[in-house]
Design a protein around this ligand. Structure first.
Ligand code: ZN
Length: 406
């Protein structure tokens, strides 16, 4: 057993540190022995936009928590009740923690497992103050209910070769895809995606895989918009003096002012809405835009993260856990909303197959991953938070040999 387990540890907003947190035990967050768990040696663990909510103090988290919910690794230890997963298996870990036996898991709603979060009663995630499960931005991590949860890759060498894309299966690719599926994106759909961060870019790639026609992505960040444009999608700038709805109308042509489907890949920390970003950080800006630009009887996917535990909420309403939504005006359009975490297991196997058979060749340049060491991760949080168009992937053991030396 290795003596140490260096991990990116949350101390307070804007303060993460690389600390030795000790090699994980086969124990649940309450300290009870669990034989259905395994220990993974981390191959890749990504920094996510939702980690930035914690970093910025917008999603409350306990001091000392290990960060990281986008994890891929090799099994190095298995509990005595684990039957299917073996030492040496290379697996993707869905970011939702789920037991596989409760009513919701049995109905494929692993994002609201009833056994993975004792405090709330539902909804567990690694490194996210949802159930106390520690994150994987570390050398090693614990995965409970391993037989149910882990997605095993068919071949280790192939997995390492395609790791830039496969590492996205723990969260952002299924999340972007889920946003499109629940917004009913299909052949010929016109789609508006709010946010050109890594999840928004995954949503655009997903819309393409699902056969969408006009795919429009909105972001005030020019470098991120450029990646989207290069991949052949349309872009709008929500901080422009021209309202998003007018920019969309211009792109769609034929007098059409509405898209068929829309996806919120931003969540509570939205930046640059309104002329010159004047409605900076108005939480409801994205959802209100979606309701405005989606056609009557259209659907909206809202995988962007919201919380009523936002210590940095900007308005009195937000502080109370409410938002100023233009719902009364939208009601007459018969809108459909689907919000919440993506049930990753619903999609990850199929998307793995799409990657392994090269059906998404456009993914790698669009997501723009940079593989870094654990030592560079704290700095990468800052760079990502400053709006970098990169997706940072941490490789704690240099197992992929893809690490940049910057
Ligand atoms: Zn994530």
């Amino acid at each position: 057993m290795p003596a140490s387990n260096r991990a990116i540890t949350f101390l307070e907003p804007h303060k993460m540190e690389l600390q030795d947190k000790g090699y994980p035990k086969l124990e649940d967050p309450q300290g009870r022995k669990i034989e259905h768990a395994v220990i993974l040696k981390i191959i890749t663990t990504n920094i996510c936009g939702s980690d930035l909510h914690i970093y910025n103090g917008r999603f409350a988290a306990p001091q000392g928590m290990l960060m990281g919910h986008e994890n891929t690794g090799e099994v190095v230890e298995v509990g005595s009740h684990v039957e299917r997963i073996k030492v040496g298996d290379v697996c993707s870990v869905p970011f939702n923690v789920s037991c596989g036996t409760c009513r919701n898991c049995r109905e494929r709603h692993t994002e609201v497992c009833l056994n993975a979060n004792e405090e709330l009663g539902f909804c567990g995630a690694y490194g996210f103050n949802l159930g106390g499960w520690q994150g994987g931005q570390a050398e090693y991590m614990l995965v409970p209910w391993a037989d149910f949860q882990l997605l095993k890759f068919p071949d280790k060498d192939q997995a390492v070769e395609k790791i830039r894309d496969l590492t996205l299966l723990s969260d952002i690719l299924p999340t972007g895809y889920h946003g499109c599926v629940v917004a009913r994106v299909g052949t010929g759909s016109t789609v508006y995606i709010a946010g050109a961060g890594p999840v928004g870019r995954c949503a655009a790639a997903s819309a393409q895989l699902l056969g969408a026609s006009c795919i429009i992505v909105g972001d005030h960040n020019e470098a991120r918009r450029d990646l989207v444009k290069k991949a052949g999608y349309e872009v709008v700038d929500p901080s422009s003096t021209t309202p998003v709805a007018d920019q969309i109308e211009k792109l769609l042509g034929m007098g059409s002012r509405w898209v068929d489907a829309s996806v919120d890949c931003v969540g509570l920390e939205c930046h640059g809405y309104g002329p010159d970003g004047s409605s900076e950080n108005v939480e409801e800006a994205v959802i209100n835009t979606l309701m405005e630009v989606t056609k009557p009887a259209g659907a909206m996917g809202i995988p962007g993260v919201y919380t009523n535990l936002d210590p940095g909420a900007r308005t009195e309403l937000n502080k109370k856990g409410y938002m100023a939504l233009g719902f009364p005006a939208a009601w007459v359009k018969s809108p459909t909303f689907t919000a919440g975490q993506c049930p990753v297991m619903h999609y990850n196997r199929d998307l793995m197959m799409a990657i392994l058979w090269d059906r998404m060749p456009y993914l790698t340049p669009l997501i723009n991953t940079e593989v870094i060491s654990l030592e560079r991760a704290v700095e990468a949080y800052q760079i990502f938070n400053d709006g970098s168009p990169k997706k940072f992937v941490i490789d704690p053991h240099n197992m992929t040999k893809l690490m940049s030396t910057g």
